[in-house]
Each structure stands twice: as C-alpha cells, then as structure tokens.
Design a protein. Structure first.
Length: 60
C-alpha cells in the first residue's frame, strides 16, 4: 500500500511544473555564476535564462 501511495505522489509531482523547475533551477544558477565572468558572462547568462524561460513555458 505504501508503494502505491509513494508512486502516486511521485507521478503527481513529476507531472506538474516541478519537473520543469528541476531542470531550469540548475540552469539559472549556472547562468548566475557564469555572469561574473567579465565581457562574455552577461551574454551567456542571458542565453541560459532565455532557454530556461522556454523550458518553463512547456505545458506539461
């Protein structure tokens, strides 16, 4: 019975926006760290943020 409950809750969490957040939060953190690099950091950070926004917009 416990396995069924855990499986159901896992499916509920993974089918919602939690799945996209699991993917995009590390991307955004990496972009923030890269943005410290002088010259090219801001451009790379902007590209990563745009990609993360597109992933967040996926209707799962």
């Amino acid at each position: 019975m416990l396995k069924i409950i855990v499986l159901s809750l896992s499916m509920l969490l993974l089918s919602s926006c939690v799945l996209t957040k699991v993917v995009t939060v590390p991307m955004r953190v990496t972009g923030a760290i890269i943005s410290v690099i002088p010259g090219v950091g801001e451009g790379i950070d902007a590209a990563i943020d745009e990609t993360a926004d597109v992933i967040d917009a996926i209707p799962i």
